[in-house]
Ligand binder design. Sequence first.
Ligand SMILES: [Fe+2]
Ligand SMILES: [Fe+2]
Length: 271
Amino acid sequence: MAVERTFRNYDAADVSKAVKEHYRKMRQNQTVDYVRRMHQKYLTFSKPMHLWEAMEHLNALVDVSDPDLDLPNVQHLIQSAEAIRADKRPDWMQLTGLIHDLGKVMYLWGSDDDGTSQDEQWGMVGDVFVVGCALPKTCVYPEFNSLNPDMADDRYNSPNGMYEAGCGLDNLELAWGHDEYLYQVLSNHKTNSLPEEAMVMIRYHSFYPWHSGGSYTQLLAPEDRHYLEWIKDFNQYDLYTKSNAVYELDEIKDYYRPIADKYLGNGPIYW
Ligand SMILES: [Fe+2]
Ligand SMILES: [Fe+2]
């Protein structure tokens, strides 16, 4: 009998305590204040490092929030890229698959207190949500929503919270993590010529309560529906390509290096 593999199963029996604990801490600590502090701390663009060196560093990181994979994160990046390549999708999308989680290099400069270290990852990985407005029930483990201190603050605990209705996705502040970090780093990178679709895939792929839960409609602008199409397209490669296939980074470099040079240049990226 063929057993179909399921993904993103967070039911108690299947998921390690660590995943649930990760989400409890994330919900408890990711507040408006915290997110703004992390922007101050991380968006300095002062640390030069080449793309391939950043990839090497993800060889040492396993994402604790992922119930589907316990391989080093660089393997997930290569699996995603290779699946996009196998489907003969455009070169920029293959590169996007290869780099989309690279913001996790944050752990190199991270700390346990901020949730940005190897041991404490709640400020770095996992599904994100909007800070500054009510947390929706579509968050994974919604029972943790009430632990967030902002939910006791009248400025932040209504459906619109601190936002104008219909302000659009790009005007929302999301929980801090690897998506926003890489998006900001690449936005600041002078030789970046990735198309808008790629930048959206990088910035919003972890925003599950929106792209899969259908929440936050009151804050969206009409243009955001393109974003949703792009994210859904990308998400199949982020989610359904997880396997135990193991690649050598050096073996895939020959193929991806010219694509990376084409869209990002070959100089260092400032993290
Ligand atoms: Fe990710
Ligand atoms: Fe990913």
